[in-house]
Write a new protein. Structure first.
Length: 95
């Protein structure tokens, strides 16, 4: 998670630098601004792309659980059983 934030900040500052350079250097400016905007955009959107919330029923008790798919598992809030997240699906830990 910290790695993602670090990469995002690097990408963000790189985007700003490219845009500033693009404003200073008129000949290749539009290219730099274009690349800078892409870099800025991806740094803002990127972290959200890999993290999608899942809403699936607990395999033990059927209670709907909301969890980020970046997690490997979660304990069901209703029955306290350990639920493993695999391929965007909830499975029982002993199955
Ligand atoms: Zn449950």
């Amino acid at each position: 998670m910290f790695d993602k934030i670090g990469a995002s900040v690097t990408s963000l500052s790189m985007g700003v630098i490219l845009i500033v350079l693009g404003l200073i250097i008129p000949v290749i400016g539009p290219i730099l601004i274009f690349v800078g905007v892409i870099s800025l955009f991806s740094s803002i959107i990127g972290p959200f792309l890999g993290i999608k919330p899942l809403r699936l029923p607990c395999p033990y008790c059927g209670t709907e659980i909301a969890v980020m798919n970046s997690k490997k598992g979660i304990n069901c809030k209703a029955c306290k059983q350990r639920v493993v997240i695999k391929d965007n699906e909830f499975i029982k830990i002993n199955s």
